[in-house]
Design a protein around this ligand. Structure first.
Ligand code: NAD
Length: 270
């Protein structure tokens, strides 16, 4: 349904997700404020643009994968943002960043105040989905992410082939903002389990048991979780995870701190 895809935010996650869209045969146009990453795409002969607005002008659908709410607001509603001029080519906008549900709803409302340059599939207005992901950089690379999606059911069905080019699970959560709510709940649970596994592995090692031995026990016992069996925090226990490459190229601690603050703020009612 969508041939031309715009992608904005090509960092640890977005870079790999965009690559999987290319492999699936979509025609991509990209933008990032990081000139080095833009060069990597222009070297692959993928068109790069200077602003989100220029990406919108070249795309039927635009996906964003940005660090936090302020970046999302800037890219959608700022000067030269995707919604500039309220007269849009993209019929669908998908934000996969992990942000607060209030901002997801605010941006979706701003999109619904725009009109389409060309109507198709009986859509009068651009539709927007909040579609954050879980799985980390390994899953982004392998195309096995899980998408949790909020917005209109029609938009979700239209977007599903795109999600399945970058992931293997897609779950529709409900109205706008519910994808972001779900993601904050997931990351709250994951942060607690990562802290527990990390503390237990440090305690065990300080009492003379190797991290590999402890991990083998955890993974066949009640402590087993993603943090022990897929993203082990101790260097050398697992191949291909950030801890085994000096903690580079993973999920930055400041992004997790952002998500926990968002969970606390949402728990207090925004
Ligand atoms: P990242 O910092 O590696 O990448 C973000 C990219 O956005 C960078 O390339 C940056 O230059 C670009 N950017 C920032 N502001 C911009 C702007 N105004 N216009 C255009 N580009 C801009 O972050 P990441 O690890 O890829 O994470 C992205 C989002 O995905 C975050 O919300 C994060 O919480 C979430 N997430 C990350 C992981 C992970 O394991 N890294 C897993 C799941 C979800």
């Amino acid at each position: 349904q969508f041939e031309t895809v715009g992608f904005i935010g090509l960092g640890n996650m977005g870079f790999r997700m965009a690559n999987n869209l290319l492999k699936a045969g979509y025609k991509l146009t990209v933008h990032d404020v990081n000139v080095n990453v833009m060069k990597m795409f222009s070297d692959m002969e993928v068109p790069t643009k200077e602003t989100p607005l220029e990406v919108a002008e070249a795309s039927d659908v635009v996906i964003t994968m940005l660090p936090s709410s302020s970046h999302v607001l800037d890219v959608y509603t700022g000067p030269n943002g995707l919604l500039q001029g309220n007269f849009l080519r993209p019929r669908l906008l998908i934000d996969s960043s992990t942000i607060d549900p209030q901002t997801s709803r605010k941006v979706a409302a701003a999109a619904s105040n725009c009109v389409l340059k060309e109507t198709k599939d009986s859509w009068e207005k651009p539709l927007m989905l909040d579609a954050p992901v879980s799985g980390g950089v390994g899953a982004a690379e392998a195309g096995t992410l899980t998408f949790m999606v909020g917005g209109s059911a029609d938009a979700y069905l239209a977007a599903k082939p795109l999600f399945l080019s970058m992931g293997k699970n897609t779950i529709f959560c409900g109205e706008s903002g519910t994808g972001s709510v779900t993601k904050l709940c997931n990351n709250l649970a994951m942060a607690v389990s990562m802290l527990g596994v990390s503390e237990a592995l440090v305690l065990g090692q300080s009492l003379g048991i190797a991290a590999c031995t402890l991990t083998k026990i955890f993974n066949s016992s009640s402590a087993r979780c993603w943090s022990s069996d897929s993203y082990n925090p101790v260097p050398g226990v697992m191949e291909g995870v950030p801890s085994s490459r000096n903690y580079t190229g993973g999920f930055a601690t400041k992004l997790m701190a952002k998500d926990l603050n968002l969970a606390v703020a949402s728990g207090k009612g925004g």
